[in-house]
Ligand binder design. Structure first.
Ligand code: AMP
Length: 208
């Protein structure tokens, strides 16, 4: 079963993934995290990706498909969750070519709450798990011991550009997936547990 997560930056996709990982096993394709891993290698490709990320723009499709295909080769679980992909119609068409999308969870959140969350977000540099600096009193990841830090692209400038991109390019996917009959809208303003339980119920209902 293939699940796609859609939501404005800060809507809690990463937090949802962290919660779901504690409840069941799945292959995770988080394109933002996979691209950040390339950045961390310090390669020329990584430098190119970082520049695009800092500008809040989208990395070229061929680069994104490369990291996705590499990750799909080691896929070993029944369920795959795509976080941060697809982000536009072109990417959705590319995904339709490689697999059938069964569920799209649209985490719906206002821009105002999303900005608040993004500016207090801490991300583990090692495992990518996300935390809110007001809820965690540590600079060390409780899940893997990695260093918790603010993401290099969580600046107001980059956040605003990513929001623009979301409404312009990603939002039209909601109509597409509604037509495909796979869209589930989830109120993302609740606590991480509330959002995770709602999503889990939807996944369980479709996983028989
Ligand atoms: P995220 O971790 O999902 O917030 O993504 C961080 C950044 O990585 C984005 O602002 C883009 O620059 C890049 N990125 C992540 N996913 C994609 C994608 N599907 N297509 C193009 N660029 C992406």
């Amino acid at each position: 079963m293939n699940i796609v997560l859609i939501g404005i930056q800060g809507s809690g996709k990463g937090t949802l993934v962290t919660s779901l990982e504690k409840k069941f096993n799945f292959n995770l394709i988080s394109t933002g995290q996979l691209l950040r891993e390339e950045v961390m290698t310090g390669s020329d490709l990584g430098k190119h990706i970082k520049e695009i990320q800092m500008n809040g723009k989208l990395v070229e499709l061929n680069i994104v498909m490369n990291v996705i295909n590499k990750k799909l080769q080691s896929k070993d679980k029944k369920i795959t969750i795509f976080d941060g992909f697809p982000r536009n119609i072109e990417q959705a068409k590319a995904l339709d070519k490689i697999c059938k999308v069964d569920i799209v969870l649209y985490l719906n959140l206002t821009k105002e709450i999303a900005i608040e969350r993004l500016l207090s977000r801490l991300t583990c540099s090692k495992c990518g798990h996300v935390f809110n600096r007001h809820r965690i009193n540590s600079t060390v990841c409780p899940d893997c011991g990695g260093k918790l830090e603010q993401r290099y692209d969580d600046t107001i400038d980059s956040i605003n550009k990513r929001f623009e991109g979301f409404y312009l390019d990603t939002y039209p996917l909601i109509e597409k997936y509604k037509k495909d009959n796979v869209l589930f809208e989830v109120d993302a303003s609740g606590t991480p547990d509330e959002v995770a339980n709602t999503c889990l119920r939807i996944i369980n209902e479709h996983n028989n």
